[in-house]
Design a protein around this ligand. Sequence first.
Ligand code: OGA
Ligand code: NI
Length: 376
Amino acid sequence: MAPAAAKTLTYLAQQKTLESSFVRDEEERPKVAYNEFSDEIPVISLAGIDEVDGRRREICEKIVEACENWGIFQVVDHGVDQQLVAEMTRLAKEFFALPPDEKLRFDMSGAKKGGFIVSSHLQGESVQDWREIVIYFSYPKRERDYSRWPHKPEGWRWATEEYSEKLMGLAGKLMEVLSEAMGLEKEGLSKACVDMDQKVVVNYYPKCPQPDLTLGLKRHTDPGTITLLLQDQVGGLQATRDNGKTWITVQPVEAAFVVNLGDHAHYLTNGRFKNADHQAVVNSNHSRLSIATFQNPAPNATVYPLKIREGEKPVMEEPITFAEMYRRKMSKDLEIARMKKLAKENHLQDLENEKHLQELDQKAKLEAKPLKEILA
Ligand code: OGA
Ligand code: NI
């Protein structure tokens, strides 16, 4: 195998069995099929959201209910041009269909700010995610580094610029609704973000030879404020609200965005709004594409509840910066990964010890036999 091919999933997706680095522990594996859809996550039309004396109130109520229940909902009639969405999707598919060498020209391993990478860039993770991604850091605009934006296929940079601007607008609108629901001024949440960051992550999940053993993207909550996810009609996004005991697969809806609240929104609302606990599963029938647009606060923005309701205790001990919140989250995740690895090694050691004991036992029995026979 050429070294380049070995670094993408193109080759591994053609194998009969799954490479061991993608095999998850049993308790992490998918429990529900990628296409066993649930309609528990509400689909909310935003038509009329600006009519203050009209539908706005009703829309806000639905959004708030979904945020309290799941931290997830879907929006339609959101005003983002479908042609632009179709163009983003087409270009993304074309990129992932490029030969491995072409994709790896934008390789972002080694802490580069944007580009192409397989699996995830979290170091210390022992099991890989079954996905390839392209990351665009799109806001703040002044920090854009276009040298890290894949310029193949032609037109992708333009489409991504348009797309990220339109989605920033939509996220802003939703944040206004959430601010009002909290009894804050309209700009309450966006002010708390200081200067909004945005990154666009294009996820490509190839067909997988043994999808029951792995995940496209392991269980997590998004760290930021609000994520807008565009997904195709294949299915694979799953959510849980009982700590992973039961899962639902979110029904793909044509022309919709899935809206996920992240940790930042959870903390700012003192836990009133859930941070969506989710993962992505893969399958052996179809490849899948999703585009996640993350709106995050500035690294130096303060993370602390904006409102603590009567009788509630703050969910945080002290105000910290978003950078610090993120750092703690990552080190906690790594610690969990490390503990799991250790537990696994200990378990293997236990099995090894047991085998050794059994062998000793067996040997003792064999050696003891003549003695027994003598005594018999
Ligand atoms: C993400 C994410 C889900 C999906 O990128 O953070 O949760 O279905 N993606 O791709
Ligand atoms: Ni996510």
